[in-house]
Design a protein around this ligand. Structure first.
Ligand code: NAD
Length: 271
């Protein structure tokens, strides 16, 4: 058994097809876990599972899932239990961001019901649906871990991203509240709040255009700013650094960390 002891653990990673989720799957597969990718991106999910199996051997499974759709989530957890017999850990990583202003005097990029609902459907409702369905298995087993991916914007707020920041603040309080509810059932709940990281698919062209607009700067200035903002450690975070922290937090080595969201921002914010 390794130091982290994640061998053979059945771990669902939502949004595991790309970005941070993909890096998390890599770290967990390297530890010998049985990784389940629950993602609505067919191509990315299937490719990731094929790569994990080729590189690490062992078990990996892709289940196409839109975490905002209850029937999808139910079917995904049922498939995991049918395949591996249980669920040990959930990493609630899938999330989206749509930059918008509350009030845009030019009327171009104003938040509306549709953009608000999309962000909350995935970042908040999706996290609730997956945690409830997998949480039922964990409570029955009297053991398990739920990790909720938040963001430093959920701790500090963010210009042009208020719906996203509010959804991530909701994630903090889901972590706190579920810890209070589930601790007595042997289920640990913990959050992680990354700051500025190396680019992922989240930083799409549309996202950067939207965010630059809401901040009254050009896309080039925005991109330059990623490097210039004051990060005491002097660089953006690596996806592998987030993944390694997830591996530790969901392991027995972190068995007394419960109901809190750990900030991982190179000192940029403290939570
Ligand atoms: N990238 C950053 O700098 C950063 C910083 C702080 C927090 N985060 C958080 O980390 C998480 C991952 O972000 P990322 O940068 O890797 O994003 P990404 O866009 O690169 O990847 C997100 C993955 O989630 C999947 N996904 C999105 N909506 C889904 C849904 N409804 N159902 C199933 N799968 C869905 C996508 O298909 C994709 O594979 C998000 O919760 C994000 O808010 C990211």
């Amino acid at each position: 058994m390794s130091w982290l002891g994640l061998e053979k653990k059945v771990i669902i990673v939502t949004g595991g097809g790309l970005g941070i989720g993909r890096a998390i799957c890599e770290a967990l597969a390297a530890e010998g876990a049985r990784v389940v990718i629950a993602d609505f991106n067919d191509e990315a999910g299937a490719k990731a599972v094929a790569e994990l199996k080729a590189k690490h051997g062992g078990d990996a499974l892709f289940v196409k899932t839109n975490i905002a759709v209850p029937a999808d989530v139910k079917a995904m957890v049922a498939k995991v239990v049918e395949t591996f017999g249980t669920v040990d850990i959930v990493v609630n990583n899938a999330g989206i961001n749509i930059p918008r202003l509350l009030v845009d005097p030019a009327g171009k990029e104003e938040m509306n019901e549709e953009s608000w609902d999309r962000v909350f459907d995935i970042n908040v409702k999706g996290m609730f649906l997956v945690s409830q369905e997998a949480g039922r298995v964990m409570v029955k087993n009297k053991k398990g871990v739920i990790l909720n991916m938040s963001s430093e914007s959920g701790q500090e707020g963010s210009e042009g991203q208020s719906a996203y920041a509010a959804s991530k603040a909701a994630n903090h309080n889901m972590t706190r509240s579920w810890a209070k509810e589930l601790g007595k059932h042997g289920v640990r709940v913990v959050g992680l709040a990354p700051g500025i990281l190396e680019a992922t698919a989240l930083r799409s062209e549309a996202y950067e255009k939207g965010l630059a607009y809401t901040r009254g700067i050009s896309v080039e200035q925005l991109r330059a700013g990623y490097e210039k903002v004051s990060i005491p450690i002097g660089r953006p975070g690596k996806l592998s650094e987030v993944a390694d922290t997830v591996a530790f937090l969901i392991s027995e080595r972190a068995s007394y960390i419960h109901g809190t969201t750990v900030n991982i921002s190179g000192g940029k914010s403290r939570g």
